[in-house]
Design a protein around this ligand. Structure first.
Ligand code: ATP
Ligand code: MG
Length: 255
């Protein structure tokens, strides 16, 4: 059965895409068939995997609008077992175009029913609009990356409210898998303070693995590579490996 995990936080630049790409790649390295679904009109996950966004046979937009089938739009990547549903800026229009569609919150869910992957990892946009609601409706669980910076917790109350509303209506199975601290810098006291505060709010929902600030993680996408191709011995690669172990443990999956 497919496990669908949405990586979500309406705040920009907190590490959603970096997390989605690298956990998807790590799961693929463990012989899982993985679909990385780029649900952000910025298309960072797509370009980060080296895709030319101007030359797609089909995109998330086409699939949501039922113009192209899921299987026709999905592309292989340079990582064995990792497939990508790519996106370009067209996707931004879907928020408007879907407004009058019945079941507009369930468009993604209905499309993904046809997927045959072990895991689908959804990279969400930094917004709480219709695309994100579609992700919450289609997902089994969510991971919230939280950057260890000032205002880290701002907006999370609203995100949890929306998650709860989707759970009560559109998707009762939806669960919060956990909160992951990103860009942690052990040399600064701020990172530690923010981590303490996040632990206070989320308790054991906070993953034990913290993703360190690591320049290799920021460099890898400009080479179209995941951290495991770019520098598998880096601290970032090690952290995303451990983090994937934790995800699997929380999902109750043994590989
Ligand atoms: P957006 O909301 O715009 O989609 P995002 O939440 O997806 O952003 P990312 O794109 O993953 O965030 O990260 C923001 C920036 O920080 C990127 O330039 C990325 O390369 C960099 N970055 C992410 N994680 C780390 C890290 N652990 N160490 C160093 N740089 C990082
Ligand atoms: Mg992103």
């Amino acid at each position: 059965m497919t496990k669908t995990i949405a990586v979500i936080n309406q705040k920009g630049g907190v590490g959603k895409t970096t997390t989605a790409v690298n956990i998807a790649a790590q799961l693929a390295k463990r012989k899982q068939k993985v679909l990385l679904l780029d649900l952000d009109p910025q298309g960072n996950a797509s370009s980060g995997l080296g895709l030319d966004k101007n030359n797609l046979s089909g995109s998330t937009y086409d699939v949501l609008m039922k113009k192209v089938s899921l299987s026709d739009a999905i592309q292989p990547t340079s990582v064995d077992g990792l497939f990508l549903l790519p996106t370009n800026a067209n996707l931004a229009a879907s928020e408007v175009e879907l407004v009058d569609t019945p079941n507009r919150e369930k468009m993604l869910d209905s499309v993904l029913k046809l997927a045959t992957h072990d895991f689908i990892i959804i990279d969400c946009p930094p917004a709480l609009g219709l695309l994100t609601i579609n992700a919450l409706t289609a997902a089994d669980s969510i991971i919230i990356p939280v950057q260890t910076e000032y205002y880290a917790l701002e907006g999370l109350g609203q995100l949890l409210d929306i998650t709860q509303r989707v759970r009560e209506g559109l998707n009762p199975k939806l669960k919060l898998l956990g909160v992951v601290l990103t860009m942690y810098d052990k040399r600064t006291s701020l990172s530690g303070q923010v981590a303490d505060e996040v632990h206070k709010h989320f308790g054991d929902k906070v993953f034990k693995t913290t993703i360190p600030r690591n320049v290799k993680l920021a460099e890898a996408p400009s080479y179209g590579q995941t951290i495991f191709e770019y520098d598998k011995w880096s601290k970032g690669a090690k952290a995303y490996k451990l983090f994937t172990n934790e995800i699997l443990a929380r999902e109750g999956i043994r590989l």
